[in-house]
Design a protein around this ligand. Structure first.
Ligand SMILES: Nc1ncnc2c1ncn2[C@@H]1O[C@H](COP(=O)(O)OP(=O)(O)OP(=O)(O)O)[C@@H](O)[C@H]1O
Ligand SMILES: [Mg+2]
Length: 631
């Protein structure tokens, strides 16, 4: 037997050392350093502190519901503590039967039953009440997080894989209630109960009983804290791997067409399998380390149980105490064995949830690009002037994409930006939308620095047909209506006509109720562009931005649409970015960008006269196309 026990414990210790060694190894080698770094920075305390305001929210009676639950928790603690005391009285009355005590005994027995039932019922009721404010807090938090995600800089979204964010969000949704449910119902109440029970035992019997109870609880808590921290390292690694795995799966599925174009299904399968394998290995380590923690917890509780019952049993045997006292002491011990062991289980769950929460809190604490989106200057509804003053900008610090760019665009005028691919044309519209901040120079709108204006009032002024049109996976009608959700049906239909979309819709079986597919993939490039044009026409912004708005259209459709657009925007201010120079010949000013610099500027005729870069671009264009809009 002894040999077996020694062998068993040696095996446990060896496995713990093995797991610890692999943990160190994996930490050195893991290539998910970024997420890890984030998680380490967020201590558990900081996470609780950050999410606490959502728990203690003034909205929707969250606070009062929590207060009711806490009061019920206190009542149930009181009831739980009184059960062994009543049982002691019952046993003591029964051990010295006395006819005159019959009434008292019946009263005690009935009270014992009532208190036990009440304690159980209140435990359930407090749970029912607690779930309401807790889920309200989860909703408030998730809504705020969603809002925050939309206000994060473009770079944040481009740097992250969608799968990883949705994965973290899902874990946060489950983690939030787990943390507080466990803490409020299964961690804090047993601790309070144990403190009171030790006071009662020390007061009525000997301080040793209170000491043993507190000592065992303390050892248990310290062990749980340290061992779960050790075990959560594996869980962190496994979480990261899980995010990475999901992100890769989502990325692969989003690119399903490319996978087919290049016949790379087996390559994708191999990649996915390798991720799944890593996930499996880490998950096994994570789960087994948690089980080792559980073994340790049971061992500590077992020791406490033996120590207390042995001490109390010996004293009873020596007639220092009578049987009813033994029942009381043993009652408290047994009463806490289950909650303590459960608390260990819950503590691991809380730790796991806190760990899950770390990456979401990093996102939540990422500063938005726009410091005070709502407090700043509110722009008037009309664009008077847009001005770029010596603007330089680079997506990365190592490379400038725009270099000392200056221009002015006055109300009612059209500015065209042309230039070779990658010269920085779309970047100008990205800066206007404040997706990024310029590194040097200033952008003014109505003579106000764009950094100081209210972002919503800025968005109200701008309307864009972007170079890459993305659509919501809903109907064509709803995609167009998105520009102005309160627009009338007739207005949407008018926008459809102007964007030359009617003929396209005729061909579709469900007309404008056709669902466009994920990111609009069920439509052709030209069809998507026409929807984008209809959308911007419906919005009727004060400044129109067309970024290669007709690049996917055939020449005759382009001509018709451009005619429509020109007549609509003739009194508006517009910025036209185009490769096809024929679309910009009528602009009031043309800015020729080359490698981030403004190479030339002027009207079409003056630029041709200069015989410079624009003239050579025009010549190439002329050779390739017929000139539908020549001045
Ligand atoms: N989010 C980004 N992060 C890093 N670099 C970027 C990013 N977006 C664009 N770039 C780089 O900035 C440069 C300018 O890009 P931009 O989209 O402004 O070019 P463009 O003139 O609109 O080209 P095109 O005519 O092909 O649309 C390019 O070299 C591009 O690779
Ligand atoms: Mg572009």
């Amino acid at each position: 037997m002894i040999q077996f026990l020694v062998g068993f414990f040696t095996r446990i210790i060896k496995t713990i050392f093995f797991l610890e060694a692999t943990r160190k190894f994996t930490f050195k080698n893991d290539n998910l350093g970024k997420l890890k770094h984030m998680q380490e920075r967020f201590t558990n305390f900081r996470i609780i502190k950050d999410i606490f305001p959502f728990l203690w929210a003034k909205e929707e009676k969250v606070r009062s519901l929590f207060l009711i639950s806490f009061s019920l928790i206190l009542v149930s603690i009181f009831l739980n503590l009184s059960i062994p005391l009543i049982l002691k009285e019952v046993v003591s009355t029964l051990s010295a039967p006395d006819r005159s005590m019959t009434y008292q005994l019946s009263l005690l027995l009935v009270t014992y039953g009532i208190i036990w039932t009440l304690s159980q019922t209140i435990q359930q009721i407090r749970q029912i009440i607690m779930v309401t404010p807790l889920e309200k807090s989860v909703r408030l938090f998730c809504a705020k997080l969603f809002d925050h995600l939309h206000s994060l800089p473009m770079k944040f979204h481009l740097d992250r894989k969608t799968g990883a964010i949705t994965n973290a969000l899902e874990r946060a949704q489950n983690g939030f209630p787990n943390i507080f449910w466990g803490l409020f119902l299964f961690v804090i109440p047993p601790i309070i109960e144990i403190i009171f029970a030790s006071i009662i035992l020390s007061y009525y019997y000997d301080i040793i009983y209170g000491f043993i109870l507190i000592f065992i609880a303390t050892v248990f808590i310290i062990f749980t804290l340290y061992s779960t921290e050790w075990a959560t390292h594996f869980q962190t690694l496994s979480n990261d791997q899980q995010s990475e795995t999901n992100a890769n799966i989502v990325d692969s599925l989003l690119n399903f067409a490319s996978v087919k174009y290049f016949n790379n299904k087996s390559y994708e399968n191999l990649k996915c399998e390798s991720h799944l394998r890593k996930r499996e290995e880490l998950l096994v380590k994570s789960l087994s380390s948690m089980e080792f923690v559980r073994i340790g917890q049971s061992f500590i509780i077992g020791c406490g149980l033996v120590w207390l019952t042995y001490t109390a049993g010996k004293q009873t045997f020596l007639s220092v105490y009578n049987v009813s006292d033994f029942i009381l002491i043993n009652g408290y011990v047994l009463q806490f064995a289950a909650p303590l062991s459960f608390m260990g289980f819950i503590a691991r769950d809380i730790r796991k949830s806190l760990n899950d929460f770390a990456s979401i809190m990093e996102i939540y604490n990422t500063k938005s690009l726009i410091a005070h989106p709502n407090k700043s200057f509110v722009l008037a509804k009309q664009v008077d002037k847009i001005e770029f003053q010596n603007v330089s900008f680079g997506y990365e610090s190592s490379r400038l994409v725009l270099k000392d760019v200056s221009f002015e665009l006055h109300a009612g005028k059209t500015l065209a930006i042309v230039g070779p691919t990658g010269s920085g044309k779309s970047t100008i519209s990205n800066l206007l939308f404040r997706f990024y901040n310029a590194n040097a120079g200033t952008i003014f709108i109505n003579n106000k620095d764009i950094q100081e204006v209210n972002i919503e009032s800025l968005y109200n002024l701008l309307g864009i047909v972007p170079q890459d049109v993305t659509l919501f996976n809903t109907t064509i009608y709803e995609n167009i209506l998105y520009a102005r959700p309160n627009a009338l049906k007739e207005e949407v239909e008018e926008a459809i006509e102007l964007a030359h979309l009617g003929s396209v819709l005729q061909r579709l079986p469900h007309h404008y109720d056709t669902v466009v597919g994920e990111r609009g993939l069920k439509l052709s490039g030209g069809e998507k562009q026409r929807i984008a044009i209809a959308r911007v026409l419906l919005k009727q912004p004060s400044l129109y931005i067309f970024d290669e708005a007709t690049s996917s259209l055939d020449l005759s459709t382009e001509e018709t649409i451009m005619n429509n657009i020109t007549s609509i925007i003739k009194d508006s201010t517009s910025l036209i970015i185009a490769h096809r120079l024929s679309t910009v010949v009528n602009a009031d000013e043309i800015l020729v960008l080359n490698n981030g610099f403004v190479e030339e500027r002027g009207t079409h005729t003056s630029l041709l006269k200069q015989q410079g870069f624009y003239a050579s671009l025009w010549q190439t264009h002329e050779e390739a196309h017929k000139k539908p809009y020549a001045a």
